[in-house]
Every structure is written in C-alpha cells, then in structure tokens.
Design a protein. Structure first.
Length: 195
C-alpha cells in the first residue's frame, strides 16, 4: 500500500510577486553586524568570471548582463590571474591600451586592462569572520577600493568571497552615488554614524 499523496492545487492570488533573490545574505544590516553578512560568499553564489583574452567590451557586457561591477579573470584551470572592474573598463585603461598598442578600441583585451594577480591584495577569511560591517567599510576606505577579495586558507587557498562598497551601502540602507569612490565612502560613514 502506497503512502504517497497528491498535493492540492490552489489559485494564484492576483498581484503575487516573485520573491526577491537575497544572495544568501540578510537584507539589512547595521554597522555592528558580522562582516560575513555583507560578503558575497562564493560557496553559495557563483563567481562571475572572464578570460584574459576576452575583449574588454565582452567583459563589460557580461558585467551588465550579470548586474555586477567586478569579474574575476581566470585561466583554464579556474585559477585567478587577475580581476577587472567596471571602473577599469569604462575609464582610461582601454583608451590607453588601444593607443599604446595601436589597435582599435574594440580589440582591447581584458589582460590589457585588468589588475594582475600579483597586485591583488586579499583579506583573510578567518579575520573577516571576527569583523564587523563598520570594520569592512573602514578597510575599503583605507585601501581606496570599492571591492575586496577574501581568501580562505583553511586547506588549499581559494577566493572565498567578495566585498562590494555599493552592496554594503544597499544593505545599510544607503544609496551610494556613482560620482566617485571617496564620496561613496563618505556617504557610508555618515550612514554608519547615524545608525
């Protein structure tokens, strides 16, 4: 005798929205929340990557399609060989690379604009787990960067997570202006002071 049962169908109520994807993180945080609450954990969210030989235009289109402002640049073994941000792709780097290499702007590659692996500084995952959101904001501001990679060293080292100043701002309830990173950090710090 089977113990299986049929589930009951119900009409879909009018005006029912699709649930918002939360990326596995709390929707809102405070400055004293654990830093891990604002980290994109790559164990739970797929990393967006590109190859070094991809064109800069292709990488920018990939960012826009994915709704991200940073791509990890990986080789065929999925090892990180660099990173590229929207700021890199929309700034002077592609123009300079085209001029220096005497190539059309649309032939510029990610490799010509990316931050190479040897220049990437990372945060330690174990230290992140003992940190607060406010400490991450302070660290990003001090580095002058909008993003920070997090390295997990328990076992073979791997990139475990990414911090984004814009995403932290959203989770703190602050819409950051796109006009410049120093203004963005000032807005974040004002929000933290007001909370």
């Amino acid at each position: 005798m089977s113990t299986q049962r049929l589930l009951h169908h119900h009409p879909l109520p009018a005006g029912t929205p699709v649930i918002e994807f939360d990326h596995g993180r709390p929707g809102s945080v405070t400055p004293e929340s654990p830093a891990s609450d604002v980290m994109t954990d790559l164990r739970h969210t797929p990393a967006f990557t590109t190859e070094a030989d991809a064109t800069a235009n292709h990488a920018l289109q990939k960012m826009m399609h994915a709704g991200v402002r940073l791509l990890l640049v990986t080789n065929s073994a999925r090892h990180v060989v660099g990173l590229i941000t929207a700021r890199d792709l929309m700034g002077e780097k592609p123009v300079r690379a085209a001029t220096e290499n005497q190539i059309p702007r649309d032939a510029v590659t990610v490799a010509q604009c990316m931050v190479p692996q040897q220049h990437i500084e990372v945060l330690d995952y174990a230290e992140v787990l003992r940190s607060t959101v406010a400490e991450i904001v302070l660290t990003l501001r001090h580095s002058g960067r909008q993003h920070a990679l997090v390295l997990e060293s328990d076992g073979p080292p791997c990139v475990r997570g990414i911090f984004s100043a814009v995403r932290i701002g959203r989770q703190l309830g602050v819409e950051l202006s796109a006009s410049g990173q120093m203004q963005s950090f000032a807005e974040l710090e004002q929000a933290i002071a007001a909370l």
